[in-house]
Design a protein around this ligand. Structure first.
Ligand SMILES: *[C@@H]1O[C@H](CO)[C@@H](O)[C@H](O)[C@H]1NC(C)=O
Length: 353
C-alpha cells in the first residue's frame, strides 16, 4: 500500500520541513506571480526576452521569467508523491560527480580534496577536460578526462554532463548527484537526505534559481509551441534517482544528452530540467538545502549550517559571497570552506582544537 510519504516516515525534522516548504512554496508562488506581473508591466521587453543561448555559465544566464498562468500545475509539480518507506541509504549508494575544468584544477580542487572529498573518496569523481597526472594521483585516479572542450560553451557543458551521466549509468549506484567545483558538499547530510527517498522511484531533487518556470519556444513544432519547465541549478548541485536516470536513457545516454542540449540550445542544467520535467513529465522536487553562488551565502544562519547539503562561493569584484562562519583568517581561508569544514567536522587534524 502506498501512502503519502509524510505519513509513512516518522515525522523527522526533514519531513516537517518538507511540509512547511510545500506550504511556503505555494505562498511564494502567489507572491511570485504578483511580482512577475509587476515586472512584466514595468519591463515589457522581459516578456518577449529571448534566452541567451550562447556560451553562458549555467545559472548566470539571464533567463526569461514568465508568469505561470496556472499555479496549480507548479505546486503539483513540486510536491512529493506517494511512496513506500525507502530502503536504507549508505554513502556507497551515491555517485558524486564534480564538474571542473583544466584552469580550475589548481585553484579549486585542493580545498575540496582537503575537506569534503576525504569523506567520500571512493564515491566522488571529477569530470574535467584534460589529463592531469598530478591530480590523478591526488584523487586516487578519480579524475575523468571527458575529452570535452575546455570552453564554457553550452556544448562543452552538455558534453561533460553527458559523460557524467553515462559514467553513473555504468555503475550500480542508486543515486547520481552532480556538483560543481565551487561547491562544498556536506557528505553525511547528503546521504541522510537521500535516505528519505526511494531510488526505485523517480526523483529529481534540487533547487531552482529562478522564481518561475522557464519558458521557451519550441520552433521545431509548427505552429511553434511554448514549453514551460523548472530546472535545478547545476551550481547548487542536484540528485537523480536511478529509476529516473533509467527512464532518461533514450534521450540522455550515450552522448544523446548533447544532442538534446543542442536542439533546445540551452545549458546543461536547463537541458536536464527540459528532459525530466518536459519530456518525461517528472516534477522537480525543490530542496532548500542546496545552495549555489547565486544566493547570498551570508544569509544561511549558523544554527542551520549543519543541516545544509551544499554551499558555494563567488567573488564579484572585491566583494566575496561566502558562508558567514568564524574560524581561519580570511587571508588563508578566503572562500570559508576550511572554516566551514572545521565547524562541521572539528575532528579533522588541520582544525584548531
Ligand atoms: C578520451 O579519449 C581517450 C583517448 O582517446 C580515451 O581513452 C578515453 O576513454 C576518452 N574518455 C572518454 C570519457 O570518453
Amino acid at each position: 500500500m502506498s501512502r503519502p510519504r509524510e505519513q509513512v516516515i516518522p515525522a523527522s525534522d526533514d519531513n516537517a520541513r518538507m511540509n512547511a516548504k510545500h506550504r511556503r512554496l505555494l505562498q511564494t508562488l502567489s507572491v511570485v506571480a504578483l511580482l512577475a506581473y509587476t515586472a512584466l508591466l514595468a519591463y515589457p521587453t522581459l516578456s518577449r526576452g529571448a534566452v541567451d543561448d550562447e556560451a553562458s555559465p549555467s545559472g548566470k544566464v539571464q533567463r526569461i521569467r514568465s508568469l505561470h498562468e496556472d499555479p496549480t500545475v507548479t505546486s503539483e509539480s513540486s510536491s512529493a508523491t506517494a511512496t513506500l518507506r525507502p530502503p536504507t541509504t549508505v554513502l556507497d549508494d551515491v555517485f558524486i560527480s564534480v564538474k571542473t575544468t583544466k584552469s580550475y584544477h589548481n585553484h579549486r580542487l585542493p580545498i575540496i580534496l582537503k575537506t569534503w572529498f576525504q569523506l567520500a573518496k571512493a564515491q566522488t569523481w571529477f569530470f574535467t577536460d584534460t589529463d592531469d597526472p598530478e591530480f590523478q594521483l591526488k584523487t586516487n585516479g578519480h579524475m575523468i578526462n571527458t575529452n570535452c572542450s575546455s570552453s564554457h560553451s553550452r556544448k562543452a557543458l552538455c558534453c561533460k554532463m553527458s559523460v557524467e551521466f553515462d559514467t553513473f549509468m555504468d555503475t550500480d549506484k542508486k543515486w547520481f548527484c552532480h556538483f560543481d567545483d565551487d561547491n562544498y558538499v556536506n557528505v553525511p547530510r547528503l546521504v541522510r537526505f537521500l535516505g528519505d527517498y526511494n531510488p526505485r522511484e523517480d526523483w529529481y531533487l534540487g533547487k531552482p534559481s529562478i522564481q518561475a518556470p522557464l519558458e521557451i519556444i519550441n520552433k521545431e513544432k509548427k505552429p511553434t509551441q511554448k514549453v514551460k519547465f523548472w530546472f535545478a541549478t547545476g551550481g547548487a548541485g542536484f540528485c537523480l534517482s536511478r529509476a529516473l536516470a533509467l527512464k532518461m536513457m533514450p534521450v540522455a545516454s550515450g552522448g544523446k544528452f548533447i544532442g538534446t542540449g543542442e536542439k533546445i540550445r540551452l545549458p546543461d542544467d536547463v537541458t536536464m530540467g527540459y528532459i525530466i520535467e518536459h519530456l518525461l513529465k517528472k516534477p522537480l522536487t525543490v530542496v532548500d538545502q542546496f545552495h549555489s553562488h547565486l544566493e547570498p551565502m551570508k544569509f544561511i544562519r549558523r544554527e542551520i549550517l549543519e543541516d545544509q547539503i551544499s554551499f558555494s562561493y563567488a567573488r564579484n569584484k572585491d566583494e566575496w559571497n561566502v558562508v558567514k562562519i568564524e574560524g581561519f583568517d580570511t587571508k588563508y581561508d578566503t572562500n570559508r570552506f576550511l572554516s566551514l569544514h572545521c565547524f562541521l567536522f572539528p575532528h579533522f587534524n588541520f582544525c584548531p582544537r
